[in-house]
Design a protein around this ligand. Sequence first.
Ligand code: ATP
Ligand code: MG
Length: 409
Amino acid sequence: MAIIKIQKGTKDILPEEMPLWHFMEEKANEIFTKYGAKEIRTPIFEATELFARGVGDTTDIVNKEMYTFEKSKRSLTLRPENTAGVVRSFIENGMHRLSAPVKLWYKGPMFRYERPQAGRQRQFHQVGIEVFGIKQATADAEVISMAVNYLKALGLDDLTVELNSLGCPKCREEFKTKLKNVIRPYLSQLCDDCRTRFDKNPLRLLDCKSPECQEIYAKPEIQAVIQGDFICEECAEHFEELKSYLEILGIKYTRNKLLVRGLDYYNRTVFEIKSNNLGSQNAVCGGGRYDSLVKNLGGEDTPAIGFAMGMERLASLIAKKEYERLQAYIVSNDTKEAVKLAEELRMKGITCEFDLANKKFVKQLEKASKIAKYAVILGEDEINSGEVTIKNLDTAEQIKVSRANIIFN
Ligand code: ATP
Ligand code: MG
């Protein structure tokens, strides 16, 4: 019979890769807990409308990348990102009543119908943070610090933080108009996507990957607008404050005025963290402030800022980790006694296995030396005297101890 294969753009995370994934997950818990953040787990599917409104219907994610299906006449979508879901939960559970800031972190699978390539899958994993309730730049600094310290804890340091401010809806409007005015003469030469962006979301023009469009945007009169300072005084102050906190924290960054991020909801601070050791999919982290999203989704007006990191991209930067060997492997041909001893050891917190198939003694010893630190030998003599022989499988040293006294360090 023909075998059924895994779907394009998806991957099994095999047992031998799990220690690395556990490491990433445990470090997330450890680092984010230091900042007082708590974990939240929201469903993998939500109403399609949540993403249309929450991510924005001018984005690639909503227009091209969503896995949408219908059940009982409801349109549902596998989450392409988790900010919208966390915001929905924040609103639905009245979390604005909690004392601010509310710091939430999450990890889990996301789904985007993209062209699979290195660093780009259709099901991938993100770990992320959302901080609600603080409009001051302290929250921006705190969130960037969480990202940087998490990456440090993973042992990643060859990274660049790119920073930009998109201003507020008010100052951005003027910028959009200026940008459109300088780009309009070239409209017919732009790619299809950019022609749509021009009308729907001109900021996203800067995000275009097409070399032809990039060449046009590199023209001096267009660069003059892009590189000019358009943000209003309050936005500029907020940005200066953030920069001063980053300085105190010793976080180096570069200003990237082309950084606009893919989602519709950002205002003021946006940032990306890129690795110098990845190919063209080099962004490991993307984040920013989204002060209007909670209100747009029907909640109380609540400022917020967060980030998401791609865990497969992180995993590809971290050296492989191995499972710990078992502490003990029970070697015995008396299966009933072995069952009993295994239970005793596991109750004491010792990791152990015994031979479920009761193979020959020598075979069991061979297996023990492959997978465990110690062989716990339970022969006829030992059973009669209530003892076991413990053999250190690295040094071959042996000692006899009573069964009640077995401890490993
Ligand atoms: P890109 O420009 O690479 O498409 P994005 O702006 O769509 O990224 P975000 O939505 O900000 O990405 O997601 C945050 C992070 O999640 C990215 O920086 C990346 O590390 C990871 N990521 C996004 N899409 C994918 C994917 N299809 N496969 C693997 N990782 C992804
Ligand atoms: Mg993308």
